[in-house]
Design a protein around this ligand. Structure first.
Ligand code: HEC
Length: 144
């Protein structure tokens, strides 16, 4: 009798923390789902950006040291414009004073000839803001 009673108390003491642990677990899960939301959206953007990059791939690779008509975009973020070793840039690009980051890329890719007058990148510009955002999200991952 004594034993069963103690056992019962034992169980109820066991169940209650288990229950609150479960609640914490559920709340953590909800929180994680909320936090994963934007993350997975970003992954989607990058995926869409990969398709946009096809417009650049005729002239650019993402492989270090591999130039085509344009320089390799490997390691682009944080790099000073016109500084890939061995690539023959226009004077305009070398003297632009740009450091590549999200805003400067968005600016340049929207209207290359306007932002760097005299650049030899013959790309008319990407006007679609969504495509531009997606492309930059992709580049951020793919140029590392
Ligand atoms: C027709 C070929 C061509 C296309 C298409 C093209 N580029 Fe370029 N790109 C170039 C050339 C050439 C340069 C060097 C420009 C200069 O020296 O003035 C360049 C330079 C750049 C630079 C500066 C690199 C550095 O090292 O400073 C970036 C960034 C860039 N391109 C990104 C892009 C992106 C992103 C796309 C696609 C939306 C694109 N380019 C499309 C030919 C191209």
């Amino acid at each position: 009798m004594e034993l069963t009673k103690r056992k019962l108390i034992g169980i109820s003491m066991l169940t209650e923390p288990t229950f609150s642990m479960m609640m914490i677990g559920i709340m953590m899960l909800a929180l994680m789902t909320m936090m994963m939301g934007p993350g997975s959206a970003e992954a989607q953007d990058a995926k869409a950006g990969e398709a946009v990059f096809r417009q650049c791939a005729a002239c650019h690779t993402l492989e270090a040291g591999k130039a085509k008509i344009g320089p390799s975009l490997h390691g682009l973020f944080g790099r000073k414009a016109g500084t890939v070793e061995g690539f023959s840039y226009s004077e305009a690009m070398k003297g632009s004073g740009i450091v590549w980051d999200e805003p400067s890329l968005a600016d340049y890719l929207k209207a290359p000839k306007k932002v760097v007058p005299g650049t030899k990148m013959t790309f008319p510009g990407l006007k679609d803001e969504t495509k531009l955002d997606n492309l930059i999200a992709y580049l951020k991952q793919a140029t590392q």
